[in-house]
Design a binder for this molecule. Structure first.
Ligand SMILES: NC(=O)c1ccc[n+]([C@@H]2O[C@H](COP(=O)([O-])OP(=O)(O)OC[C@H]3O[C@@H](n4cnc5c(N)ncnc54)[C@H](OP(=O)(O)O)[C@@H]3O)[C@@H](O)[C@H]2O)c1
Length: 285
């Protein structure tokens, strides 16, 4: 490697994103941390500095507010000259009833639409970093996602459970990857998504399901273990399996409704509308 790669990680202030950031920093990459909570972000900066010896750039943005994502995009474009890897990793299990100030389902906005918007806003930086990679943290929960691909930001109450809403957002992560690979492959941008395993992080702290899972020996991985496939996808051979979904360093099966190219293309158009980006036809970006 001639110069350090620039690796931007959303959800870099905690858990899987922070563990991945420390790995990248330790191997000499230039890490850029995105987080929401100021104190957690400041602590994460310190932990990445300990791992790599350099103080990483860091940016605060709440993905529940699209204007904050737009401001983040502007700052990244002003401060960076390229992005080699964008890890769309921020995500959460949130109360079902919440709609955002943008009028969208909170789960879908934080876990899919905000990252979708950010990726578009930094597309020229990714093109400048080509061959570049966009890696999205998805989940096994996609299996129970029942996503209306034509209305991704619609009323959260239609899900009846926050886990169903979460599953739908993780299905959106995989569909985004399928379509991003198709649209941006020609620009030298590969897209992959992955399931990190069940990970001991701040995720799901209010969930009884997760509290039970945490005490079952051997079920839950460390954050470093959860970050392993992300790092593997970032470091592996160029062009490897763009559009694919992975876990434990291998291709991983997803439900057909998470990988269907027609659903992926429809979700893309509906997501553009939801975040206020202009529509495209299905053959161009
Ligand atoms: N843990 C698991 O078992 C598991 C399993 C499958 C998939 N995942 C996925 O893995 C990803 C990382 O989660 P994790 O396990 O590392 O959990 P975590 O420790 O809770 O980290 C989540 C990260 O996302 C950020 N985030 C959450 N809401 C945000 C918002 N509104 N705006 C901006 N950033 C926000 C958090 O920022 P702050 O800390 O600054 O608030 C934090 O950096 C998520 O996409 C999650 O869905 C986790």
């Amino acid at each position: 490697m001639t110069s350090p790669r620039t690796i931007v990680i959303t959800g870099g202030s905690s858990g899987i994103g922070l563990a991945a950031a420390r790995r990248f920093a330790a191997q000499g990459d230039e890490v850029v941390l995105i987080g929401r909570h100021p104190q957690r972000l400041a602590k994460a900066v310190e932990r990445v500095r300990e791992a790599g010896g350099r103080t990483p750039r860091s940016y605060r943005a709440d993905f529940a507010v699209l204007d904050e994502v737009r401001a983040l995009g502007e700052r990244l474009n002003a401060d960076l000259d390229r992005i080699d890897v964008l890890a769309n990793n921020a995500g959460a299990l949130v109360p079902l009833t919440r709609r955002t100030a943008d009028g969208l389902d909170l789960t879908m906005q934080v876990n899919h639409l905000a990252g979708f918007l950010l990726t578009h806003l930094v597309l020229d930086l990714l093109r400048a970093g080509a061959p570049a990679r966009v890696i999205t943290t998805a989940s096994l929960a996609e299996a129970w996602g029942w996503l209306d691909v034509d209305r991704p930001g619609a009323s959260p109450l239609r899900f009846r459970s926050r886990w169903l809403a979460y599953g739908a957002s993780k299905q959106a992560n995989i569909l985004f990857t399928v379509e991003a690979a198709r649209r941006w492959g020609g620009d030298g941008i590969a897209a992959t998504s992955f399931f990190p395993g069940l990970v001991q992080s701040r995720f799901g702290r209010t969930s009884v399901l997760f509290t039970i899972a945490r005490v079952i020996p051997g079920l839950i991985r460390s954050t470093a273990g959860g970050a392993d496939t992300l790092v593997w996808l970032a470091d592996g051979e160029e062009g490897l399996m763009s559009g694919g979904y992975f876990a434990y360093r291998s291709p991983f099966p997803a439900t057909p409704r998470s990988t269907d190219p027609d659903r992926a293309a429809r979700l893309w158009e509906a997501s553009l509308a939801a975040v206020g980006l202009p529509s495209t036809d299905s053959t161009s970006s």
